[in-house]
Write a protein that binds this ligand. Structure first.
Ligand SMILES: Cc1ncc(COP(=O)(O)O)c(C=O)c1O
Length: 399
């Protein structure tokens, strides 16, 4: 069913889950393209999955056991570390899991340390719980251990929130050595690490280092995974890995005590898709589609900015996974001010300052390659590059 443009525009104005404005290629949208959603795969799985009576009952607090076992089997080879179904609970996806962490691992007024820049909508969840968000500097491997240690001493945070692999918005991945150093610091200073591994399975080159669940034995790691980017966001289904007693603190959340485990009805469908290989085959199809889009976008950026500007005034790293290109314009440029001019020409992006707790990174912008096909991506990039180039020229000539 095609949603009429006026209805779409009205819905878009009511949601942070950005839907494209009609006539605008909005490369700010960080969600999967409708046309790529696995409708047929779900039809088949729903027709064949048995829905036992207990799946229509309240579920056990930790979430469906068969789903957790199927997930452990599917994730172990992909993560490259053993995944234990006993140290996992089922969530409604990472947004809900972040909310859980705030509710059970922190108190209002506590500090949460984050990478600066970070996932802007997580900041809204921290604000819901009255948490104070402090951004930390990063390099091309994410959090800097020295700065992290200083902040752990100064702020005594309830937890540190990190997006360690193919980060939103920068695409950065933290190396295995850096991860080990970060876990050691967090343990030494008595805090917790909440690792949002939303993009871990979406790699387009060499496999990334193991996710933070490799350090579960430390007792200080909470590792969040989700089906949103690898199967369908509408499922509202994910998983949380932690060691006891942190897992028990999460499971003690009032909504689980009252309402039981999450999403028992979806569990047999997704379990079937994991067990028969459908889910991983779909993931691999997505990876090859996104890998091709990265190539198209990279070429389009290079062509549109031209040999002098690309890699000089305008820089980016070609993503090796995830959803995003992160472009840096010359210092002092204001991407938010450039955006309306790009929109008027038919393309949009997310300005960098959106992602910074301190409003920094105004000269950066985030482009996603998930929501549009190759042709639209190339067209959107051309429009954005044209608009940015004019703004750079105007700034240089005082115009
Ligand atoms: C870093 C990060 N965390 C969480 C989410 C949302 O995850 P979920 O759909 O599982 O709630 C996103 C989606 O864009 C994201 O980029």
């Amino acid at each position: 069913m095609r949603i009429p443009d006026d209805v779409r525009a009205r819905l878009a104005s009511q949601t942070s889950q950005l839907w494209g404005e009609p006539g605008v290629i909005d490369l700010g949208i960080g969600q999967p393209q409708d046309a790529l959603l696995p409708v047929e795969e779900f039809r088949r799985a729903m027709a064949s999955a048995a829905v036992p009576r207990f799946q229509l009952q309240y579920g056990i607090e930790r979430g469906d056991g068969l789903l957790r076992m199927a997930l452990a089997d599917a994730l172990t080879p992909r993560y490259g570390v053993p995944v234990d179904a006993e140290r996992m609970i089922i969530s409604n996806g990472n947004s809900q899991a972040i909310d859980w962490c705030c509710a059970t691992l922190a108190h209002p007024g506590d500090v949460v340390l984050v990478e600066d820049p970070t996932y802007f909508l997580a900041r809204a969840i921290f604000a819901d719980h009255g948490l104070r968000v402090i951004g930390l500097p990063t390099d091309d491997q994410g959090l800097l251990p020295d700065a992290l240690e200083q902040a752990l001493i100064t702020h005594r945070p309830a937890f540190v929130y990190t997006i360690p692999t193919f980060a939103n918005p920068t695409g950065t991945t933290t190396s295995a050595d850096r991860r080990a150093a970060i876990v050691e610091l967090i343990a030494r200073h008595g805090s917790l690490l909440v690792a949002d591994e939303v993009y871990h399975l979406l790699s387009y080159g060499a496999a990334p280092p193991p996710p933070y669940c490799a350090w579960l034995d430390s007792g200080v790691v909470v590792c969040l995974g989700t089906f949103s980017k690898i199967l369908a966001p509408g499922l509202r289904l994910g998983w949380v890995q932690a060691a006891e007693p942190t897992l028990a603190r999460l499971v003690g959340h009032g909504t689980l005590v009252s309402g039981g485990g999450l999403n028992p009805f979806a569990a047999p469908i997704v379990t079937a898709m994991l067990q028969d290989g459908t889910a991983l085959a779909y993931l691999d199809r997505l990876r090859s589609i996104y890998a091709a889009r990265v190539g198209v976008m990279d070429d389009a950026l290079r062509d549109a900015f031209g040999p002098e500007r690309a890699g000089g005034e305008v820089t980016w790293r070609t993503p090796e996974g995830g959803y995003f290109f992160w472009l840096q314009l010359p210092a002092g440029m204001d991407a938010a001010a450039i955006r309306p001019h790009a929109v008027a020409r038919g393309a949009a992006f997310q300005p960098g300052a959106t992602f910074s707790p301190d409003g920094g990174f105004g000269h950066c912008l985030r482009l996603s390659f998930a929501y549009y096909g190759e042709e639209d991506l190339a067209r959107g990039v051309r429009i954005i590059a044209e608009t940015v180039t004019e703004a750079i020229t105007a700034a240089a000539t005082g115009g």
